[in-house]
Design a protein around this ligand. Structure first.
Ligand SMILES: NC(=O)c1ccc[n+]([C@@H]2O[C@H](COP(=O)([O-])OP(=O)(O)OC[C@H]3O[C@@H](n4cnc5c(N)ncnc54)[C@H](O)[C@@H]3O)[C@@H](O)[C@H]2O)c1
Length: 341
């Protein structure tokens, strides 16, 4: 069945905004409803150019609001659930909002889909962090879809709980659920608390960049539009109840990433400030994305290193007004004025 109306949750965040735009560009005639609570990381300006677009509707609201979700599901045929508290460091300071949104919010979405009385496919945007950490000295090992979940941060644990609830609702109630587990994303519109926009904007402002520990922790970097394309492929053609890993085959240590950013921006290593390591910092994430390639024919095409990183750095240097407003917290007042939040 061709999908005609998608409810996207968290569409004003980094991946959500890129996804909403990507879907509307790729599928003329499709409708997208974007439900977002506009937390500190949600920013309606990320989709400002869609105002008046006939296929787009923004709803300011919360995934934990069951009555609201029931109403929104009445004419949707698919849900892409990506609203979440998303920053590991914040989850270490206080896990409360993570459990509330990422676990209870996901449960609310699932219960609403279960009782809406129509077949609705729900795609849960999970993360590679649910698998825990790999050793640095075993480059031969990667996360596969059947790797046991072993989340190490409160963020990862809350995402794993949502992920497992999706599995359980598929198994118990037969809901049409697919799950994606993706590696670290980079690209435009990422909230500047995350490493790439944080480092780029710090350097523009003449500040040093805070590098955790010895910088040897490894992440697999994927361009956000490659992620969006993969999510759409899984939504369209993924097998019911299945999990699909999504990765860039692009492992870089944090030190390597930092040096690449410094080099693109013409700065020296004097701009690195070593800071105490993150508590419980996972050493290495690496994704085996064979399954999505084999079953759905998806492969990353936009994540080539270092060109894709350079384009992303240029996006932040070219969109200073955007990140300065975000960094200054000026959006709080703006939301209150616009949306009464
Ligand atoms: N960024 C990555 O590298 C990455 C990698 C893999 C998976 N993911 C997952 O992708 C999703 C999006 O991540 P992101 O980086 O775009 O995050 P983000 O923090 O930029 O965006 C999250 C969005 O969710 C909204 N939101 C939060 N709580 C809500 C609630 N209770 N109700 C409605 N909306 C709410 C926020 O306002 C924001 O717009 C998350 O589920 C995350 O776990 C992210």
């Amino acid at each position: 069945m061709a999908i005609s109306h998608i409810l996207v949750t968290g569409g004003c965040g980094f991946i959500g905004a890129n996804f909403v735009r990507f879907v509307l560009e790729q599928r003329p005639g499709i409708r997208v409803t974007n439900l977002d609570a506009l937390t500190y990381s949600g920013n309606p300006d990320n989709l400002a150019e869609l105002a008046g677009h006939p296929g787009y509707r923004f709803v300011h609201g919360d995934v934990r609001d069951r009555g609201l979700i029931d109403g929104l599901l009445s004419d949707c045929d698919a849900v892409v659930h990506m609203a979440a508290e998303s920053h590991v460091d914040r989850s270490i300071q206080d896990s409360t909002p993570f459990i509330s949104t990422n676990v209870s919010g996901t449960q609310t979405m699932l219960d609403a889909v279960r009782s809406c009385g129509r077949p609705i496919r729900l795609l849960y945007v999970s993360t590679d962090e649910v698998y825990g950490s790999l050793p640095l000295d075993r480059p031969d090992i990667q996360f596969r879809e059947d790797t046991p979940l072993a989340p190490n941060s409160p963020y990862a644990a809350s995402k794993a709980a949502g992920d497992l609830l999706c599995r359980a609702y598929h198994h118990t109630f037969g809901l049409d659920i697919v799950t994606t587990r993706c590696s670290n994303n980079f690209g435009p519109f990422q909230f500047p608390e995350k490493v790439i926009p944080l480092f780029v904007t710090n350097l523009i402002e003449g500040h040093q960049v805070p590098l955790y520990g010895d910088g040897r922790n490894v992440r697999d970097w994927l361009h956000v539009l490659d992620h969006c394309e993969a999510v759409l492929a899984v939504l369209d053609r993924g097998r019911r109840g299945e999990v699909y890993n999504i990765g860039g085959n692009n492992e870089r240590s944090n030190l390597e990433l930092t040096r690449a950013i410094l080099s693109i921006m013409g700065r020296s290593e004097e701009m690195i400030r070593r800071v105490p390591d993150r508590l419980g910092h996972d050493l290495r994430y690496a994704i085996d994305a064979t399954k999505i390639g084999r079953e759905l024919g998806w492969r990353p095409t936009r994540s080539q290193w270092p060109d894709a990183l350079e384009q992303t750095v240029r996006w932040y240097t070219g969109n200073e007004a955007w990140w300065r407003r975000v960094k200054s917290g000026a959006y709080r007042e703006y939301y209150a004025r616009q949306y009464g939040g």
